[in-house]
Write a protein that binds this ligand. Structure first.
Ligand SMILES: [Fe+2]
Length: 204
């Protein structure tokens, strides 16, 4: 089996919600990257990072997947927190480009340093990972999950704005709220492009 086929199989093994989430996060991340006037190859890195960000969840144990209690044990929380690193290692092993791997590894970092796996702060987090974080949060907020009902767009944008400056990069949240926010199946194209490279970390 080729590496790409292996990856396709791994993604197909994810549940329907996770597959849909991966596709939407990829679409949001791609559009946000386009609004930031990233080069086409950088946009593609960010899109792939969005598509693959939760691939490490394929290693979740049956106990965790079958858990229905709201309160997770410390062991389960630790297992959840391993998924970015697990995903990054799987992708690295099959030769996925390093910038894509870094989007996956760092998509749960927070700009205040309270995220995982490394506790990086704003300037240390690759721009691609910060883009995927914004896309991931927004999709999580606007879709139904087992533990919470979806928020409407206004509510979700308000939550994103609250996360700006602590969890999420405020410049990226600003561009997302102004230009991206429509669901991926909508036909709204990004209006105008702006260069925010100097605002965040310089390179993916
Ligand atoms: Fe994740």
């Amino acid at each position: 089996v080729s590496n790409l086929a292996a990856l396709a199989l791994a993604m197909a093994a994810q549940d329907d919600y996770t597959q849909g989430h991966a596709r939407r996060v990829a679409a949001y991340a791609e559009r946000l990257a386009q609004c930031l006037a990233l080069r086409n190859d950088e946009v593609e890195i960010v899109r792939l990072g969005g598509l693959l960000h939760d691939i490490g969840k394929i290693a979740f144990s049956p106990q965790l997947l079958e858990n229905t209690r709201a309160q997770l044990s410390d062991t389960m929380q630790a297992e959840i927190r391993r998924h970015p690193e697990t995903g990054a290692q799987v992708l690295q092993r099959i030769g996925v480009a390093r910038p894509v791997v870094d989007c996956v590894r760092h998509h749960h970092e927070r700009i205040d340093g309270a995220g995982y796996p490394r506790g990086l702060v704003n300037g240390q987090i690759p721009l691609g990972a910060k883009i995927v974080s914004v896309a991931d949060c927004y999709d999580a907020l606007t879709t139904d999950r087992s533990y919470q009902a979806r928020k409407n767009r206004q509510q979700a944008l308000a939550v994103l704005k609250n996360l700006a400056g602590n969890a999420l990069c405020p410049e990226l949240v600003g561009v997302f709220c102004a230009e991206v926010r429509d669901p991926p199946h909508g036909d709204a194209a990004p209006r105008g492009r702006r260069d925010l490279r100097e605002a965040g970390s310089p390179l993916i």
